[in-house]
Design a protein around this ligand. Sequence first.
Ligand code: AMP
Ligand code: MN
Ligand code: MN
Ligand code: MN
Length: 274
Amino acid sequence: MKIDLHTHTSMSDGSLSPLELVKQAELASIDILSITDHDNVNAYDDIKKLKSSKMTVTPGIEFSSEWEKLGVHIVGLNIQLDSDAMRTAVDSQSRARLLRAQRIAEQLDKLGLENSWEGVQEIAAGGVIGRPHFAQLLIKNGVVKDFKQAFRKYLGAGKAGDIKQYWAPYQQIIEWIRDANGIAVLAHPKKYKLTRTKLVKLVDDFCAAGGESIEVISGNQTDDVTRILSKLCQQKNMFASCGSDFHHPGQAGCELGKVPPLATGCKAIWENWH
Ligand code: AMP
Ligand code: MN
Ligand code: MN
Ligand code: MN
């Protein structure tokens, strides 16, 4: 079985349209796919009419959230797209994302960039605006040479563009996911660069709030990290999820469907959501 439960389209910061992504996923022989765009489920409008022969597409979303002043991501899987809870969640997070984007634009203008707001809207081309679009703007204007530098100098943790106070707290996000009959998954837990104690605290708080799963496999992750997360997942008796975090074709380490099998002993989330 080939399973990829964390992917992005042009509805957030990915480059393939939803239909292109589904086509590529079929070509990659994926059995179960979830499109998990940042804070929106617009991709599912485009693929509604599509009936895939072999591949199951499980509705999903990746929410931006906050835990102890740290920006964290929570994936909702097997959510009911037409639920009141999802509508409320997406409305609230869209407003948050818009306000945040305007604040980031202001911050960049303060640092000397001009017309950041107009510039970023043009780049996002109607998609939901995120920091990667600002990174593209900084590159386009010759302020930085690549994405890495854009995040290191302007957009990453602690920098001018790191605005996270608009996101709903993790308890609220988990409640919305549960109310939409979905399962809340703590996304890529090792990307937050926490100490072991803090990571365990995050996982415990996440569980106490009703979160049930952690992503034990994510793109660009070493086998060591996968082992650590698989063990933690089993210790906390959670469901294991996995996904490439695919954004762009050819992006090294995050290829669509390139997700190794779960460690034995891990309870697969997809076997437990019906
Ligand atoms: P946002 O949703 O606006 O907070 O943007 C977060 C997205 O930016 C992540 O999902 C990644 O796609 C991308 N990202 C985060 N950190 C980096 C980084 N250091 N370099 C490149 N892209 C990044
Ligand atoms: Mn992204
Ligand atoms: Mn993420
Ligand atoms: Mn992601």
